[in-house]
Design a protein around this ligand. Structure first.
Ligand SMILES: [Zn+2]
Length: 329
């Protein structure tokens, strides 16, 4: 993912406004308070140890770069884990062309929890890793990113979420979608002009729906494992899914996580939720660690994006917020 310019955003809104439905208004401050009251503000059971183990396991496969055995082995592991937690799992295989013309074999992995239930939400994270450390010193530019935070953290939290749903005996319609080829965007040191080079898996998914009945809303997790995170309101989420954004951040506040979930505008992010919102038209919120003062976390697109730099406290808060929200929907 990357930040897109503020200058272009109004043009983008103009282009989108005639093709998309306004975000569904489902909640209010009052509803959120009722929800917190109903739930007694109890922290849901969520194990950050377990989420961290899922992150470590993904990294143990090596770099999850498309067209490699490491990538495919990790993909098979994710399918097997979703199956083991009671999901009905399918793989959407596709080929996409990278910015440099390389043909990339992609796998969007889709696990449906309680697939018989029509009323559904969808939770996304990307599972591929970036082939270049283009935010690092120049000598590291051509090394791949391990992606403990950028990729594996969102997947790790979602695997733990679905494990908790199964253990809790929940009967709710939740789709877990692990998107591929998010992070193969044009490197910052490449000067050629190319559009839409990021988020190739979500671009494919958005134009090839995996569902008969569209989920009502979505949450994307991206970089949810760094120390002292800042989860703010990005412009794309705000435009397409404001009511959900407000509701999720209110839940975070009720759980005591207001210092990380800050209900202020953070910036304009090009991430998988852009295509899910604009093409698939599922109102989708991005929970992503970013603000326009400090940018993405320190390890972003560097060789230091490793499991040692993951903080369990951050995984814990994100996991609890997502579980609370999903159970209240
Ligand atoms: Zn990235």
């Amino acid at each position: 993912m990357k930040q897109i310019t503020w200058v272009l955003f109004p043009i983008f809104l103009l282009l989108c406004s005639c093709t998309t439905n306004p975000a569904e208004h489902v909640s209010s401050e009052t509803n959120t308070k009722d929800f917190a009251l109903r739930k007694g503000r109890i922290h849901p059971s969520f194990s950050s140890d377990s989420a961290l183990a899922f992150i470590q396991k993904q990294c143990d496969f090596g770099f999850r770069l498309p067209n490699t055995a490491e990538h495919d082995a990790c993909g098979n592991y994710l399918v097997q884990k979703l199956n083991s937690y009671g999901c009905s799992t399918t793989v959407q295989s596709f080929t996409a062309e990278a910015f440099d013309g390389t043909k990339l074999k992609g796998m969007n992995i889709i696990g449906q929890f309680c697939p018989e239930i029509e009323k559904r939400v969808v939770l996304f994270a990307h599972w591929d890793t970036r082939p270049v450390c283009d935010n690092d010193v120049e000598s590291n530019w051509h090394k791949p990113v391990m992606g403990a935070n950028d990729g594996a953290s969102g997947v790790g939290v979602l695997l733990e979420v679905v494990r908790q749903l199964q253990m809790g005996g929940d009967s709710i319609g939740v789709d877990i979608v692990f998107l591929d080829l998010e992070d193969y965007g044009k490197p910052s040191f490449d000067q050629q002009e190319k559009k839409d080079t990021w988020c190739l898996g979500s671009q494919y998914l958005a134009s090839h729906p995996y569902y008969k009945c569209r989920p009502r809303m979505g949450i994307l997790l991206d970089m949810v494992g760094a120390k002292n995170p800042f989860f703010g309101f990005d412009q794309v989420s705000l435009y397409f899914a404001e009511s959900y954004l407000q509701k999720i951040w209110s839940i975070a506040k009720s759980l005591g996580y207001a210092s990380a979930f800050v209900p202020k505008e953070s910036g304009t992010i090009m991430d998988d939720h852009y295509y899910i919102n604009t093409v698939a038209q599922i109102p989708t919120v991005d929970i992503i660690d970013f603000n326009h003062d400090r940018g993405f976390p320190m390890t972003w697109h560097t060789v230091n994006d490793t499991p040692e730099n993951i903080h369990k406290e951050t995984l814990q808060m994100v996991g609890e917020v997502v579980l609370s929200f999903v159970r209240g929907e």
